[in-house]
Design a protein around this ligand. Structure first.
Ligand code: UN1
Length: 512
């Protein structure tokens, strides 16, 4: 695995185990239970780790807290310069980084390269932002007074990531958090720890060129649920940003909420596309296939519900079937393949039980769903993406199954389609395909989609980093990446300054 060596990761190995605790100041193998990382490509072991212990977490938090004290006073544009260098190193190693993603997440190379590109893009965004952390000047009701607000660094921030976007989601949080002046601690998915070490290796290369920056501003801790729980409990993390299942997010939110900390959650999606009778079906088809079958259905933004106007449904479904039949399924490292493996057997079993449930609930499997064993590496769980026709209110349709199952639902009026779109507990991404301006505007209006992302003539997945990314309801409400998502990583301080010689009270109160 020369790409790991190119990234400088070989030096992290000792006794065949990779480090579980990593920052410039700390470099240790874990002292907890051992586990192996198996590539979804063929099930083979690619690395072994030992989980970190609570005592090792304590060291990481102490290091991050100390680094934060210095880092918060480093001027934001200098912090931006660090992020600029991180982005340049990521550019230089784009292909090697993508290979680590493919190895651990099973994502095809084209999408893995796209993921590294998201990291690079968010670096560029964050560099510009480092000179734009603006507060407001506010007029005061009192003579001789001025009011303003400032945005200050928040503190050490914990980032808990999922296997499916092991670098991009970390980068959205960490590149923005760094320009905001926070010390960032990553607890990666246990399925993608090598990606975390690769990210850390890039940050450390950049840190080597800027000795004025405290080393402990970025660290990685590889641990199990217990470590995640301890992170959520620890008041030294004013913010815990977590991406993953709703189950995991609920537990993080409850624990962080109990200590009145902040959590930033990006959880499950159950994303829908409405295809109107006026839609450009060629365009819709391309969007559907990428959104539903791309990444083997393992994006938070994956298209899971296709809400079609009754008049176009049969034609559209036929076209999707034809397109699905020609999708190359196989080794994600081989050029030309478009659908790689599911992450593991557990994920395959979950897909099969969802398909069984769909059948029991009156659904009909129109295409796919089965395991593919020919022309794919042995040991991986490759599946043919499934198309299922079913009632919109069947219970299985309201759950997120992290696999390529596309439920096809029908509607007669747009009001009905929007109700169907909004009736699930999740609220991440949504789309409408229509050539009607009225329909598009209704979908985007206050009475339209209730999701954090609502698109017109674009699929549900593949968002750019410039927008705020996240969703409502069980998706958790957090926003990451672009727009003003940076505000979550800072504390707001409202300042009133009296430059007059009197002490007038607000609201005209006389107290003498
Ligand atoms: C995720 O699946 O957790 O919009 C993130 C998209 C990507 C990010 C997905 N930019 O599909």
């Amino acid at each position: 695995m020369t790409f790991l060596e190119n990234l400088g990761m070989n030096r992290l190995q000792s006794d065949n185990l990779y480090c579980s605790v990593l920052s410039h100041d700390l470099r240790q193998t874990g002292e907890g239970s051992e586990f192996s990382v198996n590539s979804p490509i063929n099930g083979m072991e690619v690395a072994r780790f030992r989980n970190a212990t609570p005592a090792q977490l304590e060291q990481v938090i102490t290091t991050a807290t100390a680094a934060f004290k210095t880092f918060r006073t480093v001027p934001a544009p200098v912090r931006g310069e660090l992020v600029r260098r991180i982005g340049n190193i990521a550019r230089e190693h784009k292909e090697d980084l993508a290979r680590v993603i493919t190895l651990e997440s099973g994502k095809i190379m084209a999408e893995a390269l796209g993921e590294v590109q998201e990291w690079i893009d968010v670096c560029d965004f964050a560099v510009g932002l480092s000179r734009q952390l603006h507060g407001k000047t506010i007029v005061s009701e009192r003579p001789g007074h001025r009011m303003m607000e400032q945005w200050q660094p928040l503190g050490p921030v914990a980032v808990i990531t999922a296997f499916n976007f092991p670098m991009a989601v970390w980068a959205w949080n960490t590149m923005i958090g760094l320009v905001c002046g926070d010390a960032m601690v990553l607890k990666p998915s246990e399925k993608a720890p090598l990606c975390a070490l690769a990210c850390q290796a890039v940050v450390e290369k950049a840190l080597d060129t800027m000795p004025e920056i405290p080393r402990g501003i970025a660290s990685v801790i590889i641990g199990d649920r217990e470590i995640g729980q301890l992170i959520a409990q620890d008041t030294r993390f004013p913010l815990v940003s977590a991406t993953g299942s709703t189950l995991m997010g609920r537990s993080v939110a409850e624990t962080v909420g109990a200590r009145l900390g902040r959590s930033l959650l990006e959880l499950g999606g159950n994303n829908a596309m409405i295809v109107s009778e006026t839609a450009d079906l060629d365009l819709a088809l391309r969007a559907i296939v990428f959104s539903a079958a791309g990444t083997a259905g393992q994006r938070c933004t994956t298209l899971r519900r296709l809400i079609t106007h009754r008049s176009v449904q049969d034609d559209l479904v036929e076209r999707i079937k034809r397109s699905y039949a020609s999708l190359a399924i196989g080794d994600p490292g081989t050029e030309g393949n478009l659908v790689g493996p599911l992450i593991d057997k557990h994920s395959f079993d979950a897909m099969q039980s969802a398909l069984d449930a769909a059948k029991q609930q009156g659904g009909e499997i129109l295409f796919g769903g089965e395991r593919v064993t020919e022309g794919v590496p042995d040991g991986g769980y490759y599946v043919r993406p499934a198309i299922v026709s079913i009632r919109h209110d069947a219970p299985v349709v309201h759950q997120e199954t992290f696999a390529p199952i596309l439920y096809v639902l029908s509607f007669d009026t747009l009001d009905e389609a929007i109700d169907i779109q909004n009736e699930v507990p999740q609220g991440l991404s949504s789309a409408i395909f229509t050539e009607s301006m009225r329909e598009a505007e209704q979908f985007l209006s206050a009475a339209g989609s209730d999701c954090g992302i609502a698109n017109v003539n674009i699929g549900t997945s593949g968002a750019e980093i410039g927008g705020a990314f996240g969703g409502e309801k069980e998706t958790g409400g957090g926003r990451e990446s672009g727009s003003d998502a940076w505000k979550a990583y800072m504390r707001r301080s409202t300042n009133t300054i009296n430059y007059g010689g009197e002490l007038p009270l607000a609201q005209g109160i006389v107290f003498e």
